[in-house]
Write a new protein. Structure first.
Length: 135
């Protein structure tokens, strides 16, 4: 367990703004992203590892890749969002999707790096169970 209880953590106004920025991004607001954003998707499956540079690729290519992979079944919802310092935010999301005939669901963690009021980098790290070959 973490030595400090959740109630004892002070959240600054900057951190509250950072959480709202991530909520906007999760709601597909392209203005939350820097023009030169870098997006990383980690995976134990080498064919799924992705590295995208630029807002256009993150806004257009990434969703298209997910739709192609999942046949349009990809669905994600935020469970919790934690600000870390002045420029990092971690989001816990739950994901559901079908790849081929296999239904997948599980957690993913996304680490966001922020600067000048926009997201400059994201690291999407799915749990191993999300990408396993079992229901």
């Amino acid at each position: 367990a973490h030595p400090r209880s959740r109630q004892s953590v002070r959240v600054t106004s900057t951190q509250r703004g950072n959480v709202e920025l991530i909520r906007r991004a999760l709601d597909s607001d392209p203005d939350a992203l820097a023009d030169n954003i870098v997006w990383h998707f980690q995976s134990p499956h080498p064919e799924l590892v992705t590295h995208l540079e630029g807002k256009d690729k993150v806004v257009n290519d990434w969703p298209r890749m997910l739709d192609d992979l999942t046949g349009g079944t990809f669905n994600m919802r935020a469970v919790d969002i934690w600000p870390i310092g002045k420029d990092l935010v971690v989001a816990h999301v739950e994901v559901e999707m079908t790849i081929g005939d296999v239904r997948h669901q599980g957690s993913s963690v996304v680490v966001y790096r922020l600067a000048d009021g926009v997201i400059i980098e994201g690291f999407d790290i799915p749990s191993l169970s999300l990408l396993s070959n079992s229901d």
